[in-house]
Design a protein around this ligand. Structure first.
Ligand SMILES: NC(=O)c1ccc[n+]([C@@H]2O[C@H](COP(=O)([O-])OP(=O)(O)OC[C@H]3O[C@@H](n4cnc5c(N)ncnc54)[C@H](O)[C@@H]3O)[C@@H](O)[C@H]2O)c1
Length: 379
């Protein structure tokens, strides 16, 4: 079997989920290539070495440019901070590597557009790690929607709530806190959390044509960890928007890091002519489903446990009734990516899909400034 030599950039939270996916995918899925953890790249050599030893990477690099130049790497996987995605992805595509990149694709649509141009010009398989597309329950929703079970979709509602930045003493910038530094992150919850909700929504319900939004930065200044000075906060702490989908659906999206008690509550609900469904990340293996075509006497909301072997991805895992979790979404995405890459194809979300989400997040941030409805360009 041919090998697929992987060079990973970044050893943080996502570096771990991706490394786990590279190791687990060939054990549960039939892959056309054998993934090889060839090199790990991070700036601190000692920590890179410790991570490489723990996960079984054969070598380390401390400069991503060296990693991209290496002839023995087939796939560059970008799991580093948002400010690095653009340069690494473009260099990797120019070097003819396959590219997987964490979300958001760019800090803004302009960056993402250049990244799309690079992978499409190089014709290399590419994908963005919007992993919620590979929760079995969310995939089932997609199948039900595509089969027309919901009929016309009137409403789409999504939220992503957290509470970890409420303290005014929390600094911004540097390790662990780069999400509060607008230069590194690009935006706050809009690009970080709402981007996930938007990607799922575009996949399930088609494109968004216009948005009107409001954002807020509750804590206006924070000490910057890298400069030691108190500096203005440039990110949005909370973001909410109304939008219209091209198919006529009305929708609301909300995200914040100030919802006390909520750690990572991603919820979505769809209301159609014949059916409704709701899903949330805390109960990720279930959908709540209402079908108006059920016999009236027993009609009601049902809670479907997505663990049977005829549910998406589940035949690869345990016996019916036993569930899987968050880390499996990355395993599914990597397995799908490798299977398509063997045919020279890309799986969604592609870089172009990532650009579509960046167009929406850009329009949301623009609308929050102009206080007007903003049109979303087609990707
Ligand atoms: N798909 C998801 O659900 C999900 C979840 C969390 C984060 N993310 C995304 O993944 C990316 C990483 O986030 P994280 O939570 O793992 O962050 P993290 O802070 O845990 O890790 C970031 C990593 O980037 C590395 N890095 C930064 N600059 C670098 C450079 N120039 N060269 C090499 N390495 C560099 C850091 O050393 C660190 O290892 C971000 O783009 C984030 O938006 C996605």
């Amino acid at each position: 079997m041919k090998t697929l030599n992987i060079g990973l950039v970044g050893y943080g939270f996502m570096g771990r989920t991706h490394s786990n996916a590279f190791l687990q995918a060939p054990r549960y899925f039939q892959l056309p290539y054998k993934p090889v953890l060839k090199a790990l790249c991070a700036r601190n050599a000692d920590r890179a070495k410790a991570f490489a030893d723990n996960w079984g990477y054969e070598s380390i690099e401390t400069d991503w440019r060296k990693l991209v130049e290496r002839k023995d790497i087939d796939l560059i996987d970008i799991a580093s901070t948002n400010d690095t995605h653009h340069d690494i992805a473009i260099a990797a595509a120019k070097a003819g590597k396959m590219v997987m990149c964490e979300k958001p694709l760019g800090r803004n649509a302009e960056e993402a557009k250049a990244m799309v141009a690079a992978v499409e010009a190089a014709k290399v398989p590419n994908s963005v790690w919007y992993n919620y597309r590979r929760v079995p329950a969310v995939v089932l929703l997609k199948h039900l929607l595509d089969e027309g079970k919901f009929g016309r979709i009137f409403h789409y509602r999504a939220k992503f709530l957290q509470d970890w930045t409420i303290s005014a003493d929390l600094p911004q910038g540097g390790e662990g806190l780069w999400r509060l530094d607008v230069k590194v992150a690009g935006s706050g919850v809009t690009g970080d959390l709402l981007a996930h909700c938007i990607d799922t929504a575009l996949w399930l319900n088609g494109s968004i044509s216009e948005v009107t939004a409001m954002t807020e930065t509750f804590i206006k200044e924070r000490k910057h960890n890298l400069t030691g000075k108190v500096e203005p906060v440039g990110i949005d702490d909370a973001s909410a928007f109304l939008c219209r989908f091209k198919n006529g659906t009305l929708a609301t999206f909300e995200s914040t890091r100030y919802a006390r008690g909520h750690k990572a509550l991603y919820t979505l609900e769809i209301n159609g002519e014949h059916a409704s469904a709701a899903w949330d990340l805390h109960d990720l293996h279930r959908i709540q489903y209402f079908d108006h075509k059920d016999e009236g006497r027993v009609r009601g909301w049902r809670s479907v446990h997505i663990t049977d072997s005829d549910h998406p991805y589940m035949k690869h895992w345990w016996v019916p009734g036993l569930q899987i979790g968050y880390e499996h979404t990355f395993i599914h995405q990597f397995a799908d990516f490798v299977q398509a890459a063997a045919e020279g194809e890309s799986i969604g979300p592609t870089f172009r899909d990532g650009l579509a989400t960046d167009y929406v997040t850009d329009a949301v941030l623009k609308s929050a400034g102009t206080k007007k409805w903003e049109t979303v360009p087609a990707a």
